[in-house]
Write a protein that binds this ligand. Structure first.
Ligand code: ADP
Ligand code: MG
Length: 153
């Protein structure tokens, strides 16, 4: 399994896809989210986080850089590094703690944290497709490949 492309016709479909991705990951790993502003990275993250049973708001962490979620046994960290000026700033956030435990990390604008972020299990690239969005999922290693296999089934 070298990757796959999925389609979400609207926001509701994007949230549903997020819930499927949540199930595939079982709450552990690192996902990089690529795509221009307004492509739906935060929407997909919202779907993933709600997929674990979170019922409250899922705000864009544009200004906080990271929003943590504790849902039952799961810990999810949702990053948006758009405003990160220097990857070194991530050290001040205590980034190591986020990546050492058994957590799921969703990272918008990971290229801003290059060199400091851990490597991704999966990269999702979102682009416009008709009125909706196409999502290309590229796995990096066995964990991401297992997720893609589950999502392709
Ligand atoms: P990003 O985090 O990539 O900047 P957002 O998640 O904030 O983008 O979403 C941008 C907009 O795209 C929102 O208005 C959302 O409703 C819309 N959107 C999300 N997913 C889809 C989709 N699959 N099809 C059409 N519009 C979508
Ligand atoms: Mg966003």
């Amino acid at each position: 399994m070298s990757g796959l492309t999925l389609f979400a016709a609207d926001e509701a479909a994007m949230l549903e896809l997020g819930a499927r991705i949540a199930r595939a990951t079982a709450g552990r790993g690192v996902i990089y989210l690529h795509g221009d502003l307004g492509m739906g990275k935060t929407t997909l993250s919202r779907g993933i986080i709600r997929g674990f049973g979170h019922v409250g708001a899922v705000k864009s962490p544009t200004f906080t850089l990271v929003e943590p979620y504790e849902i039952g046994e799961w810990r999810i960290f949702h990053f948006d590094l758009y405003r990160l000026a220097d990857p070194e700033e991530l050290e001040f956030l205590g980034i190591r703690d986020y990546f050492e435990g058994d957590a799921l990390c969703l990272i918008e604008w990971p290229q801003r944290g290059a060199g400091v972020l851990p490597k991704a299990d999966l990269t999702i690239t979102i682009s416009v497709h008709g009125g909706g969005r196409s999502l290309h999922l590229a796995p990096h290693g066995p964990r991401g490949e297992a997720w893609c296999a589950a999502l392709a089934a």
